[in-house]
Each structure stands twice: as C-alpha cells, then as structure tokens.
Design a protein around this ligand. Sequence first.
Ligand SMILES: [Zn+2]
Length: 129
Amino acid sequence: MPTYEYRCLDCSKRVSIYQSYEDYGVIPVQCPLCGGDNLQRLISRVRFARSEESRLEDLADPGNWGDIDEEDPRALARMMRKMGEELGEEMPPEFDEVVERLEAGEDPEQIEKSLPELGDGGGETDFEI
Ligand SMILES: [Zn+2]
C-alpha cells in the first residue's frame, strides 16, 4: 500500500498515511495525531528513473544533439563519436572508418555508397547500430 505524505493544518505536523490507490482521493484522510481532517497533500519530488531504453532513444533523436549541420561531415563525425562513447560499446570497424572519413571532410553520401551495409541506399545519412 502506498504512503501518502500530508501536512496537518490543525497540528502542523507532517504525517504519513497509508491508503490504497482505490481509497486515495475517495476516502477522506484524517490526521493520525489530532484527528483533524485539514490535511494538505505533500507532493514529494519525483525523480524519474530513466530506463536505458529511453536513454538510447534520446541518443538516436537528432534533436538532442543540438545544432548538427547534416551537411557538415565533421559535425556528423563528432556526433557519431559522442554516440559511440555514450553507448559504451565496441563499435564495428565500419563505424570508425565512417567517422574518420567524415572527419577528413568526405561527403557522407559518398561514404555511405561505398559502405552499402551501413545504409539502405536511400541517400539518408542515418546509420544503424
Ligand atoms: Zn493533526
């Protein structure tokens, strides 16, 4: 059963009250100390434990990478390196090669064409991990 934190406005004490989810908001709560019913719900700070999955989704979302100029191979290379570091996994050899060629200023589309396994050939600069 979850615990709800309240402040009793009658006795100014902070109290914890057990209530089931069904009862919460339905059955009026009473202060266990003074019996008063002027209880103010204290909303505790909620920390969202982010799952690994959502973290990876964030990484995959270009919107989280700031201003990446997709026309700038070096910016792409930086992004890919960062992504590789964040993932903390061994990247395939192609990954390093692509990053190095991007850093050398090569056109991403040309790189992709020479590495067909990295893309679907649709001219996108996306890559799959
Ligand atoms: Zn009270």
